[in-house]
Design a protein. Structure first.
Ligand code: FAD
Ligand code: NAP
Length: 315
């Protein structure tokens, strides 16, 4: 019987493992289906995680997360490179079902499976992801200071992020496939008032164009006229929605084992407690997540400290 099963080895899961083991728990296993590190390992540069800033060459996401591993595993955290299929509460304990059917019992569980930005599906999107194509304006906007960028999407995220970017970059070309926005009217009005946001409506991104140095331009197509044009922007921000990786929290009937909101994000309190006692959720998977490495790591630490208290209360 594990003291704690941690599902997902991004910043939230790794820091949860560090705090759980350093806090005295003996049997803690991190189940991560790939190499630990999480989605930030896809980023070519990170400059907003305190303490690791380097200008040239910048710190990569991979480099940042490699440095976490010796520390996070130093205090006894075990790692199993396995995909978790399901987390279920059976009586007082949790049963973790792994891919292939093997099961593991645990007193508590911290689920940190993160989120996956939706891809729009245009040509070159995957090739230039992290090299000009981004899904995080807070993280990458500053790299385009004084330069033009393209933003794709018509929801609240796209318009809010377009507005954020317009204060950093020279021009924002906001590409949306319809001529009305899904975003809140007040947000639309705010965007409309910005001189350097240019609307490219009824249009989709056809292709991200670049070379070995990264993205150079974006080909867009007007769906009504068929006209194609090239936007010479070295940055393309894709905000077409976000999927939280919440599948492990569904029972065999497809119902969530804990409370979630309409987007499938898990409802937690400030201690990362879910509605199911003994089950904690940290990082991008939770409601109102700022979707930053630093906050995911903080969540993981909070959840681990709560797990320690929970186990003490139960014994
Ligand atoms: P994740 O990092 O998503 O980690 C979840 C982990 O769970 C993954 O490793 C995944 O393999 C694993 N997993 C999922 N399902 C299962 C399963 N069923 N079984 C086992 N394992 C599973 N943030 C910043 O602060 N600064 C930046 O500059 C920045 N830049 C970014 C650039 C890019 C390109 C991207 C994509 C994101 C960026 N972010 C940045 C956001 C940041 O990466 C996330 O907010 C953060 O990684 C969330 O951490 P997490 O631990 O909650 O989840
Ligand atoms: P969203 O509301 O799902 O919007 C996604 C946008 O991307 C839509 O405009 C959609 O176009 C477009 N899109 C989807 N797939 C596309 C594709 N393949 N190619 C081109 N465009 C595509 O996602 P979101 O903006 O991330 O918001 C998610 C949820 O969070 C929403 O409920 C939103 O209201 C909420 N949110 C709220 C706030 C806030 O309250 N301040 C801020 C951010 C997010 P269509 O419009 O044509 O479908």
């Amino acid at each position: 019987m594990l003291d704690c099963a941690i599902i997902g080895g991004g910043p939230a899961g790794l820091s949860a493992g560090l705090y759980a083991t350093r806090g005295g728990l003996k049997d803690v296993t991190l189940f991560e289906m790939g190499l630990p590190g999480g989605q930030i390992t896809q980023s070519s540069e990170i400059e907003n995680y305190p303490g690791v800033f380097r200008e040239d060459p910048p710190v990569t996401g991979m480099e940042l997360m490699e440095a976490w591993q010796p520390q996070c595993f130093h205090f006894g955290l075990k790692h199993e490179m396995k995909k978790v299929e399901r987390v279920a509460k059976t009586g007082e304990h949790f049963t973790i079902t792994l891919e292939g059917g093997e099961t593991v019992e645990s007193k508590t569980a911290i689920v940190c499976t993160g989120s996956t930005p939706k891809r729009a599906g245009f040509k070159g999107e995957d090739e230039f992801f992290g090299r000009g194509v981004s899904t995080c304006a807070t993280c990458d906007g500053f790299f385009y200071k004084g330069k033009p960028v393209t933003v794709l999407g018509g929801g609240d995220t796209a318009l809010e992020e377009a507005y954020y970017l317009s204060n950093i970059v020279s021009d924002v070309y906001l590409v949306h496939r319809r001529d009305t926005f899904r975003a809140a009217p007040s947000t639309v009005e705010r965007v409309m008032r910005k001189d350097n946001i240019h609307l490219v409506l009824d249009s989709v991104v056809e292709e991200a164009i670049g070379d070995a140095t990264g993205l150079q331009a974006v080909k867009v197509k007007n769906l009504k006229t068929g006209e194609e044009k090239i936007l010479e922007t070295p940055g393309l921000f894709v905000f077409v929605g976000h999927n939280v990786n919440n599948e492990v929290l569904k029972d065999p009937s497809g119902n969530f084992i804990c409370e979630t909101n309409e987007q499938g994000q898990v409802v937690v309190d400030l201690s990362m407690r879910t509605s199911l006692p003994g089950l904690f959720v940290a990082g991008d998977l939770r409601i109102e997540a700022p979707k930053q490495v630093v906050s995911a790591a903080g969540d993981g630490a909070v959840a681990a400290l709560q797990v320690i208290s929970y186990i003490q209360e139960q014994s």
